[in-house]
Each structure stands twice: as structure tokens, then as C-alpha cells.
Design a protein around this ligand. Structure first.
Ligand code: G3P
Length: 260
């Protein structure tokens, strides 16, 4: 199935980074709902694994930033994690926000957006997480409507063995481009996910030559968006899903003007 959705319209795809994370606490159900309300059709989220083996949606390995709590996600059962608010740090309106499981996030999104699952943690740190993610994506009907990304080539290799057709992205720091592209082609990995600081014309050109998409993070202003769009990047992650306006909510003018 692959990432054919990235080719739509020859314009870069907008991916809501951790949901609408400029307006709601990142990686929460509120952030995902808001991203959908803003018209986002691509949502990125991050996952770790709790002590009792639940795939949970959060960027950091510990709860320090989100809950001012020092413990790591893998040292806590999911029940224990959900005793903490992961929204109050952002704004007290979000105090009731709890860390969602991947299943809860996918249920909320309800196939209204393509979902990118970025697996955090070292490869091997979370036994079975890759198989669980694949199973959850399949069970919730996200095959062909999702991709998995990670910064570990070993993890990509493992996932590819488990799932020959799942779309894969590699979080790439821009070093050793030639060898990286060779490995990506070998693994049938479809996208390089690159920080703004590492993207350049050569990278884009060489990746495209080998049919690899280039997805750039994090692009939070329109000027950068336009510059990167002109360089033909395929997708951009943004904390502002409304960066380009909210086309679905614009009223059609029906061609009428004030003079009519
Ligand atoms: O998944 C792409 C991008 O979100 C990776 O950066 O820091 O948000 O995990 P980060």
C-alpha cells in the first residue's frame, strides 16, 4: 500500500505533529480532536510502552515534562500513569487529560486521518512493542492509512520482516546520505523523516531519485513551509494544523462579489 497518499496533488502533505500541539497538550485526545477539527488529514503521534505492556502515546520516556513526575513510562503500569494529568502543564483547561493508549487515540481519530506512529525508546527496550503496534493498526483498520517511523535501522529491519507491506519512515539526521538511501531501498522503506536543520537540496534530490519521500519536521511558520514546498519536500510536520488556513471551513463564495 505504501505512502501513496503523500503524492496527492504534488503539494506537500500537512502532518499534525503530536496532534494540534500548539493549541492543546501534545499527544492527547484533545490535541488529536482539535487537529481533526482543523481539517488535518494526517496526524503524527509518539509511543512508548508501559510496565504492563500497553502501547501508550507520549513523546518523552518519563513524565517529567507532562506531569512533573520523575518516573519513567516503562516503570509504571498504565493504571498508575493515568492517575496523572498530562494536560495541566499546558493549561488548566486540560487538567482532566490522561495519557492515552494507542488504541484510544486510534478510536478517537476513527480513521478520519492517516496516522504516523513514531516509536520511541531504544530498539529492544520495549519487548514486543513492534508486533503490538502492527496488531493494533490492523485491528483498528489502519492498514493503508498509517505508517511507522523510528530512528533505528534495526527496528525498521525487524518491522519489515514482520510486515512486508507496512509503510515505513526513517528518522534521519542527514549523515551518510548515500549509504542510508541504499539501506532504505533495501528495506523498502518509503520516507526519510528529516529535521529542518538537516534538509537540503541534495538530500531531497537524491532521495527523490530513488523514490524516497522526504518528510520534514517541525515547520511552524508559513514562510518556511513555502520555501520547503518550493524545494518539493513531500510532507511537513507542524504543531499548527491551521498553518495554511482551514480550507474545509471556508465558506464558498459561489462566485458572488459585493457588486452582485
Ligand atoms: O515523527 C517526526 C517527528 O515528530 C520526530 O521528531 O522530536 O517530535 O519525535 P520528534
Amino acid at each position: 500500500m505504501g505512502l501513496s497518499f503523500l503524492k496527492a496533488d504534488h503539494k506537500p502533505v500537512l502532518i499534525a505533529h503530536r496532534g494540534a500541539s500548539a493549541y492543546a497538550p501534545e499527544n492527547t485526545l484533545s490535541a488529536f480532536k482539535l487537529a481533526l477539527d482543523m481539517g488535518a488529514r494526517y496526524i503524527e503521534l509518539d509511543v512508548h510502552q508501559s510496565r504492563d505492556g500497553k502501547v501508550v502515546v507520549t513523546h518523552d520516556a518519563n513524565l517529567k515534562k507532562l506531569a512533573k513526575f520523575k518516573k519513567k513510562v516503562h516503570e509504571m503500569d498504565h493504571d498508575e500513569i493515568t492517575k496523572h494529568s498530562v494536560g495541566a502543564w499546558f493549561d488548566k483547561r486540560f487538567t482532566s487529560e490522561k495519557m492515552p493508549t494507542l488504541e484510544e487515540a486510534l478510536t478517537l481519530i476513527s480513521r478520519r486521518a492517516v496516522v504516523g506512529v513514531d516509536i520511541k525508546g531504544r530498539y529492544g527496550e520495549y519487548p514486543g512493542i513492534e508486533e503490538k503496534i502492527l496488531e493494533i493498526l490492523e485491528k483498528r483498520g489502519y492498514n493503508g492509512m498509517s505508517y511507522i517511523s523510528t530512528d533505528s535501522i534495526e527496528r525498521l529491519r525487524f518491522i519489515r520482516q514482520q510486515a512486508p507491506t507496512v509503510a515505513l519512515g526513517y528518522l534521519f539526521d542527514g549523515k551518510d546520505l548515500k549509504e542510508t538511501i541504499r539501506i532504505m531501498r533495501d528495506l523498502h522503506c518509503e520516507a526519510l523523516v528529516v529535521p529542518v536543520s538537516a534538509v537540503n537540496k541534495t538530500l531531497i534530490h537524491k532521495a527523490h531519485q530513488r523514490s524516497l519521500h522526504v518528510c520534514v519536521y517541525t515547520v511552524n511558520n508559513k514562510k518556511s513551509w513555502e520555501e520547503l514546498a518550493a524545494q518539493r519536500v513531500d510532507a511537513m510536520f507542524t504543531d499548527y494544523p491551521d498553518l495554511l488556513g482551514m480550507p474545509e471551513y471556508e465558506q464558498p463564495t459561489l462566485g458572488l462579489t459585493n457588486e452582485d
